[in-house]
Design a protein around this ligand. Structure first.
Ligand code: FAD
Length: 405
């Protein structure tokens, strides 16, 4: 049996950031990260890989090089939690004891919830930016499509980066427009929800882009089946048993998503399966020595790396306070950000708090497509991620909530 003061489950965006900040503030703290993967991915880059703007290699780094100095890496995966004993069980059978636990395993992509999808993804014009294996194939599909039907899907919420399913709709459309192929391409965006974007403030700007490219938006249609060989996609009309099947030449799928199974089945989960934490302090509502950060946390913010960046210092402050017997004073405001790539060279930078309250960081109307925000998305944010966030520097870009009518 091993024992660490802080045990972190998951070495993704959230887990590495928390570990690095803990070590910066308390170099002697005993910290371990459980992470099975040897490759770490900058997932926000996959939208750009799918659009031919970034290479897949630029989004990947060796996990070993990102684990902060002095932090123990347990290359294993957590399979169960025993919060009353303050232990986790790993796949290898090893049992690890902690004083404080940080749960950051991200979310789970449920490819198998769409019949036939797993068998055809990466072939037959069926692709997804949500997977390391297929995001480069998205660009191949976009480049090769010379007219026809291109369908893009979005499953029920919550999903990570709720804007990503439509970012690629705009980039693909813009590419075909520039190549003179858009007029012979039927671009369709089929989404399970009934709004284009969850934050109403940004919807008119996005609707304008939908109209500009002539995208056929189909609300309340949920992808349930894909036949790769026949190139047919079947949707269920949400709230009914009715299904409709349409042919495609290219299909970009955003898979259904949920909390990881080992979280769902654990005593840590809330009714929805996510880690049951207080939305402000990010501390577990029943187990005082457990915190959660990133996509796995049962909070209502947009599940983004941007949210993890703002959550991490809150978890670190409250965790250290709890070790010292001080009160929990750090609070998270629900900040999340979604840089919507509405064209090559243009981004609508949506930033908002709990309740969908817009909270821009920059002194311009962030509803307008901006070249500056494109520069942030393609150059600024990746550097911020690798060089500052994952290295434990708490970059505070002050955002300010604004009142909307
Ligand atoms: P992850 O980064 O996914 O890391 C979870 C880690 O936990 C993984 O390394 C995994 O191997 C590990 N793990 C899983 N199970 C276990 C286990 N049982 N035991 C131990 N370890 C485990 N965010 C933005 O801010 N802006 C964007 O523009 C943006 N665009 C996106 C576009 C796409 C296509 C995608 C897919 C995501 C995008 N995101 C964006 C979302 C962002 O990538 C995630 O919100 C972020 O990575 C969440 O961090 P995390 O640490 O919670 O999860």
């Amino acid at each position: 049996q091993d024992r660490f003061t802080v045990l972190i489950v998951g070495g993704g965006a959230a887990g590495i950031t928390v570990a690095a900040q803990l070590k910066r503030q308390r170099p002697n703290l005993s910290v371990a990260i459980v992470e099975p993967s040897t490759t770490h991915a900058y997932q926000p880059g996959w939208t750009l890989v799918g659009a031919g703007v970034m290479s897949l290699a630029e989004t990947l780094r060796q996990e070993g090089g990102l684990i902060p100095d002095g932090v123990t890496w347990l290359r294993d995966r957590v399979v169960s939690f025993q919060p009353d004993d303050k232990t986790c069980t790993l796949e290898s059978g090893r049992i690890v004891e902690y004083r404080r636990l940080v749960v950051a395993p991200g979310l789970q992509l449920d490819w198998n919830k769409v019949e036939g999808l797993a068998e055809t993804i990466g072939r037959n014009g069926v692709t997804s930016n949500y997977s390391r294996e297929s995001c480069a194939y998205t660009w191949e599909c976009i480049e090769q499509l010379d007219g026809g039907v291109a369908i893009f899907t979005q499953p029920p919420m919550p999903i990570k980066c709720a804007g990503a399913p439509q970012k690629i709709v705009y980039l693909a459309s813009d590419y075909w427009r520039k190549e003179g192929r858009l007029h012979k391409t039927h671009v369709e965006f089929a989404l399970a929800g009934d709004v284009l974007f969850g934050v109403p403030y940004f919807v008119p700007s996005l609707q304008k882009m939908v109209d500009y490219y002539g995208v056929d938006v189909r609300y309340k249609e949920n992808l349930i089946r894909v036949d790769g060989a026949k190139k047919e996609a079947t949707f269920q009309r949400v709230g009914t048993e009715e299904t409709v099947t349409r042919r495609f030449d290219m299909l970009h799928v955003t898979p259904p998503q949920s909390a990881p199974d080992f979280i769902k089945s654990s005593p840590l989960a809330n009714a929805g399966g996510w880690v049951d934490v207080d939305p402000a302090t990010l501390r577990h509502v029943r187990y005082e020595d457990i915190f959660s950060v990133g996509d796995a946390a049962g909070t209502s913010n947009a599940k983004t790396a941007a949210a993890a960046r703002v959550q991490a210092p809150v978890v670190v402050a409250n965790l250290l306070a709890s070790l010292d017997g001080r009160p929990q004073t750090a609070t998270y405001d629900g900040y999340g950000a979604c840089p919507l790539t509405v064209a090559y060279g243009k981004v609508v930078l949506a930033e908002f708090l709990y309740g969908g309250k817009p909270a821009p960081s920059f002194p311009y109307d962030q509803r307008s497509p901006s070249r500056f925000a494109w520069f942030l998305k393609t150059q600024g944010f990746p550097r911020l991620y690798w060089n500052l966030m994952l290295r434990g520097y708490d970059v505070k870009v002050p955002h300010k909530a604004i009142e909307t009518a």
